[in-house]
Design a protein around this ligand. Structure first.
Ligand code: ZN
Length: 349
C-alpha cells in the first residue's frame, strides 16, 4: 500500500531537520501536505515560514498533572501563562460557536484535557460568545472542581466520560447547530459519499436521547467514540472530540453543519444528487486512516462502502442496490409443499 503523508508528518519532518526532497516518490500527499511542500520549495527549501503551531506558546508543565497533584501545583498551573493561553483558546472557540449560531442561551460547552485525569472547561450559565479567560474551571474526570471562580457546567460530565473512554481525546466541543440538530431530532445520521471534507474529517454516530448532564447520557455518547468523533445526540445537539487540539474538535462541527445544510439544499433541487464512487471513497478513507481519525468503515471492501440505507433525500448511491434473493409467493412451490404435508398427515392419521 502506498504511504500517505499528512501535513502533520511534513511538519514533524521539518521540525526534526529532515529534508522534504527525500519523501518516498510513490507516497500520496494529502492536499495540506502538498501545500506545505509547495511553500517549502517556493522558499528555497528552507524551514523559514513553516513553524509548529504551538511554537510561540509557553510550554506545558514539565510534570504531567493529575487530580492527585498537590493543590498548590494545580493552582500554579491554573494561573500560568500556558493555562491562560488555553483559557483564551476556549473563549475564542466559544465566540466562534456563538457567531455561527451553533449555541443558544447558555447552551454548549467546551473542554481541554490538561493532565492525566484533569480538564479545563467552560462554566455554567454563561453565553459561549461572551466568556472571559478567568471564567474557566479546572476539574477532575469525576467533575470535582479545583480552580475557577465560577461553577463548572453540569454537561461537562459527558465530556469527561469521553476523555476517560478515549485516552486520545484532547479536546471536546458540544453545541446545538440547527441543521445538524435537525438530523439529531430526526434520529438519523446524514447520508454519505457526497462531500470529501465530511468523509475525511467527521465520523458521525447517533446516540439516543437521555436527560442532558446525566451519567447515562455520557455513557451512551462515550460508547460511540471508538468509531465516531462526532456524535449526534437525539433531540438535543452534537458533541465532537479531537485527538489533535480544540480547534480541530470545533472544525468537526463546522464541517458537519455545512454538510447537513448542503444536503438539505441538494435534496430540494429536484434532481438526484451525484455521489462519489466506492473507489473514490476508498481513497478518502485511506487519508482518514493515515490522519488517525476513527471510522467504522475502515477495513471495509469497496463493495460494502457507500451504503447508507437510512436516508437518501433524492439521492441514489453509486452502488447498485444489493440483489435480494427471490422471495415471495410461488404457486408451484406452495402446491408441492401442500402435497407433501398432506401425505405426511395421511401417514400420521
Ligand atoms: Zn446541550
Amino acid at each position: 500500500m502506498k504511504p500517505v503523508i499528512s501535513a502533520k508528518d511534513v511538519e514533524e519532518l521539518l521540525h526534526n531537520g529532515g529534508d522534504l526532497e527525500n519523501l518516498p516518490s510513490e507516497a500520496i500527499l494529502t492536499p495540506s501536505a502538498r501545500d506545505l511542500l509547495r511553500d517549502w520549495r517556493n522558499k528555497g527549501g528552507k524551514q523559514r515560514g513553516i513553524t509548529r503551531a504551538d511554537s510561540t506558546v509557553s510550554a506545558p508543565p514539565a510534570k504531567t498533572l493529575s487530580s492527585k497533584s498537590p493543590r498548590s501545583e494545580l493552582d500554579a498551573f491554573f494561573n500560568s501563562a500556558y493555562c491562560r493561553h488555553l483559557q483564551e483558546q476556549i473563549c475564542d472557540i466559544g465566540r466562534r460557536l456563538w457567531q455561527r449560531a451553533y449555541v443558544d442561551g447558555n447552551g454548549g460547552n467546551i473542554a481541554i484535557r490538561v493532565g492525566e485525569d484533569i480538564a479545563l472547561c467552560t462554566p455554567t450559565l454563561v453565553s459561549k460568545g461572551f466568556m472571559k479567560p478567568e471564567d474557566m474551571c479546572l476539574v477532575d474526570f469525576e467533575g470535582n472542581q479545583f480552580c475557577g471562580a465560577k461553577n463548572r457546567t453540569s454537561e461537562i460530565l459527558m465530556h469527561l466520560q469521553i476523555m476517560k473512554r478515549q485516552p486520545r481525546a484532547v479536546a471536546t466541543v458540544h453545541c446545538h447547530p440547527p441543521y445538524s440538530t435537525g438530523f439529531a431530532v430526526a434520529g438519523i445520521a446524514p447520508p454519505t459519499c457526497m462531500i470529501p471534507e465530511y468523509e475525511v474529517f467527521d465520523s458521525v454516530g447517533v446516540a439516543p436521547y437521555r436527560t442532558p448532564g446525566t451519567p447515562e447520557m455520557g455513557k451512551l455518547v462515550a460508547d460511540l467514540t471508538d468509531k465516531h468523533n462526532t456524535i449526534l445526540m437525539a433531540n438535543h445537539g452534537v458533541v465532537s472530540w479531537s485527538h489533535n487540539n480544540l480547534e480541530d474538535a470545533y472544525f468537526k462541527m463546522e464541517i458537519l453543519e455545512a454538510y447537513c445544510r448542503t444536503i438539505l439544499v441538494a435534496s430540494q433541487l429536484g434532481v438526484p444528487a451525484k455521489t462519489m464512487t466506492p473507489t473514490q471513497l476508498q481513497d478518502l478513507l485511506k487519508i482518514k486512516q493515515s490522519l488517525g481519525i476513527p471510522d467504522p468503515r475502515h477495513g471495509l471492501r469497496e463493495c460494502e462502502l457507500c451504503d447508507n440505507e437510512e436516508w437518501r433525500p433524492g439521492v441514489t448511491c453509486a452502488m447498485a442496490p444489493k440483489s435480494e434473493p427471490a422471495v415471495g409467493f410461488d404457486p408451484e412451490a406452495e402446491a408441492a409443499v401442500q402435497t407433501i404435508t398432506d401425505q405426511i398427515m395421511a401417514k400420521l392419521a
